[in-house]
Design a protein around this ligand. Structure first.
Ligand code: GRG
Length: 309
């Protein structure tokens, strides 16, 4: 059985789970795997551009969720790492395309100039395409000790997550909603379930698929992910107003400038914070059957509302 980091730190005795250390260690593992995933010997422009965005930092929340769920359901970090990297490749490609002049038109991301600012719009589009294609190749070629039929499930899940039911569909709804003054909370939620929620959900559920976890368990984890996904977006909207560009690593206050409907614009800041906290409580309640083993996912859920960036 995989020991939790909390147990490792105390030589086998259960200790208080230290989220900061856990996130730091996991982030380093993911960064190393991502660095190795795209060969540094490749010097062509497209590889440089792909590496520029993929290795630009970020919280690495999606890969960390995938690793945590895989371990929670009896698997290992090694089994999950290729899927974890693929999730980050997909997330990064969506950020590169989201930042393009035709979309959100941003100059900064993760504290650095956006991909199109450095490499030009044409290469940025191709960077996204390259990362998306590579994500699928990477899972197929590098996953070890997982039955082929489970791997096919993972690929199908990733495809569904990226497409019209997920990121692409959410982005289209988001673009169509810009400037509209009559967006309801339900409409906003359906945009964000697709645009932000599906990938976070895929991160959690893929970890459980890798271990062949039963449907009932996948459904429980999917419900956890759906609640943290929505809380994540509410907090994202709050931070756009309350945090500085330096803290966020991107331009702050853009939602107001673009006249975007956000949770704070519909509910105000206080109700937005309460709703996010309630969603996180609901997500944590889903983890009750796991006892102490569920602590990493519980702590990650709390981090979603406490985060400052
Ligand atoms: C997927 C084919 C394809 C195209 C992309 C542009 C687009 C379609 C979708 C937009 C998706 C998007 C950018 C959603 C926003 C999600 C979000 C809240 C991102 C911020 O995530 P963090 O805070 O970022 O985890 P870091 O930098 O920490 O990884």
């Amino acid at each position: 059985m995989v020991k939790t980091d909390a147990k490792l730190a105390s030589g086998g005795k259960a200790a208080k789970f230290d989220l900061a250390t856990y996130l730091q260690q996991r982030k380093l593992m993911v960064e190393e795997a991502l660095d190795n995933s795209l060969s540094i010997t490749r010097v062509e422009t497209i590889y440089q551009a792909m590496r520029y965005s993929l290795l630009a930092g970020g919280k690495r929340l999606r890969p960390i969720l995938c690793l945590a769920t895989c371990e929670l359901t009896g698997g290992t970090v090694d089994m999950a790492m290729p899927t974890a990297c693929a999730l980050e490749m997909i997330h990064t490609m969506s950020l590169v395309h989201d930042d393009l002049p035709a979309m959100d038109n941003d100059d900064y991301r993760r504290g650095k100039l956006t991909n199109h600012k450095v490499y030009g719009e044409d290469i940025a589009i191709l960077t996204g395409d390259g990362l998306l294609a590579y994500a699928f190749e990477y899972v197929a070629v590098h996953t070890k000790d997982v039955a082929p039929e489970l791997l096919v499930e993972i690929m199908a899940l990733l495809g569904r997550t990226v497409g019209a039911e997920g990121l692409v569909g959410g982005q289209v709804l988001d673009l169509e909603s810009e400037g509209k003054q009559d967006i309801t909370a339900d409409q906003l939620t359906s945009i964000h379930r697709k645009k932000t929620g599906t990938l976070l959900e895929a991160a959690v559920v893929s970890g459980a698929i890798l271990t062949g976890a039963p449907q009932e368990e996948r459904a429980r984890l999917s419900a956890y992910a759906s609640q943290i996904g929505l809380a994540f977006q509410i907090v994202d909207d709050i931070l756009d107003i309350t945090a500085t560009g330096e803290e966020l690593g991107k331009t702050a206050g853009k939602d107001i400038l673009a006249q975007k409907a956000t949770y704070p614009s519909l509910w105000g800041l206080e109700k937005s914070k309460t709703q996010a906290a309630e969603l996180v409580d609901g997500a944590i309640a889903r983890l009750a059957p796991y006892g102490e083993k569920g602590e990493p996912l519980r702590a990650i859920a709390r981090f979603i509302t406490n985060r400052k960036y």
